[in-house]
Design a protein around this ligand. Structure first.
Ligand SMILES: C[S@@+](CC[C@H](N)C(=O)[O-])C[C@H]1O[C@@H](n2cnc3c(N)ncnc32)[C@H](O)[C@@H]1O
Length: 257
């Protein structure tokens, strides 16, 4: 089969699904069934067994992370965007991520950093890191050419982690774990660095901002990203009825030494 093992979005009239194409495989939905052998091009349109049109194409980052199977809760794309800005991350940045989790943020960082930058990602749970690595490899396999990147996974609890053990200074620390302030119990940073934390609860925000202040961080900002989608269809032009109310706070600061 021409597209054996390809990761695709299967889009019906009202639903999107993620699938990996296999010789002789099929995909069954409420709008009928398609057989993978019908797919001879990507992107393409295939008629299902009930006559509905299905579009088949490679997923964008956003589609992939929202549709993929995951372990721990991911950082939503709207927050990933803001974290990249607050972290001032560019393609040669050196980034330390704490809380690999399902790898949703890790994947986007890799897409930005490629092999020019460097990403170190820490998590206490090696199963999460194993799954995250598979997720990253799965998405990168949709590219025609091999995508090169510098990722080092560290399997450790934050409280046992010594920042001084990392070979080189990083430009940014990003955290998505419950008690990021514990980093400062055992570590002291003495060079310029940007800190960005994603935290679901305001009590966590309070604890972290206090510790950032105590550790001489400046330009401390706390924000939430609210995203409201609109329907634009014929004469109906209005905000959608449903909206994600709260995901997390983004706390950022900079040590200017
Ligand atoms: C919510 S998930 C991170 C999700 C990730 N940012 C994403 O977008 O997919 C939090 C992760 O932090 C890890 N974690 C929690 N406490 C930790 C600690 N003290 N040290 C290291 N990792 C920790 C958990 O194992 C979990 O994988």
């Amino acid at each position: 089969m021409k597209f054996e093992n390809s990761l695709v979005v299967i889009k019906s009239n009202n639903q999107k699904y993620l699938a990996v194409l296999k010789e002789g495989g099929e995909f069954v939905t409420d709008n009928g069934k398609i057989e993978y052998n019908q797919i001879t091009n990507l992107p393409s349109i295939i008629k299902s067994s009930t006559g509905d049109d299905f579009k088949i194409y490679s997923p964008s980052y956003k589609e992939f992370v929202l549709l993929m199977k995951r372990g721990p809760q991911i950082i939503y794309p709207k927050d990933v965007g803001q974290i990249i800005i607050e972290g001032n991350i560019v393609n040669d940045s050196k980034v330390l991520e704490m809380g690999t989790g399902s790898g949703a943020l890790t994947l986007y960082l890799i897409l930005i950093l490629g092999d020019k930058g460097k990403l170190i990602s820490l998590d206490v749970d090696d199963k999460n890191q194993y799954r995250a690595k598979k997720t990253i490899e799965r998405y990168l396999s949709t590219f025609n050419n091999e995508f090169k990147y510098n990722l080092k996974l560290i399997n450790s609890d934050l409280v046992n982690f010594k920042y001084s053990d990392i070979d080189e200074k990083v430009d940014v620390i990003i955290t998505d774990l419950p008690e990021p302030w514990k980093f400062f119990d055992f570590n002291k940073i003495e060079h310029e660095i940007t800190w960005v934390s994603y935290l679901p609860s305001i009590t966590q925000v309070e604890k972290l901002t206090r510790r950032l202040h105590d550790n001489y961080f400046e330009n401390i900002e706390v924000k939430e990203i609210l995203e409201r989608s609109w329907i634009v269809k014929d004469k109906i032009i209005r905000p959608m009825n449903e909206m994600v109310g709260h995901t997390g706070f983004i706390v950022s600061g900079r040590l200017i030494s």
